[in-house]
Design a protein around this ligand. Structure first.
Ligand code: CO
Length: 134
């Protein structure tokens, strides 16, 4: 069911300094910051040969990463995103396996304009998992 690793997302309290670490210390290719108000984040993409790292900073009042940063004030790994070919089929399989899908259980359009689901961390080795249909 799982395809490629699409991205690893890291929540950060200060996007500018996190971007500088990746660009200057780690000599990685980084994008310009992009505000995604509908997702409550500003994101910088770190472009690697085989995948991406997304640096996420809260945007607005109800950012979905605000609670995570309250618990992890210096930032940390927030989720991993795996690709699937058919998200409805993946959802059906996961529910059949007893896994919990966050929210209303239905895929929604994610930060890349493609259908995504988030899975409960307690069901997946303590890690928030995003599935994206590609
Ligand atoms: Co993501």
């Amino acid at each position: 069911m799982l395809g490629r690793l699409n991205h690893v997302a890291i929540a950060v309290p200060d996007l500018e300094s996190a971007t500088a670490v990746y660009r200057d210390t780690l000599a990685a290719r980084v994008s310009q910051p992009q505000e995604l108000p509908e997702h409550g984040v500003t994101v910088v993409f770190v472009e690697l040969d085989n995948t991406k790292v997304e640096l996420l900073e809260p945007l607005g009042e109800n950012s979905p990463i605000a609670a995570f940063l309250a618990k992890n004030p210096s930032g940390g790994m927030h989720h991993v995103c795996y690709e699937v070919a058919d998200i409805e089929e993946a959802a059906e399989r996961l529910v059949g396996q007893g896994a919990r899908i966050l929210g209303d259980g239905k895929p929604r359009i994610g930060a890349h304009g493609k259908p995504v689901l988030f899975l409960h961390p307690k069901d997946f080795a303590g890690t928030l998992v995003e599935l994206e249909q590609v």
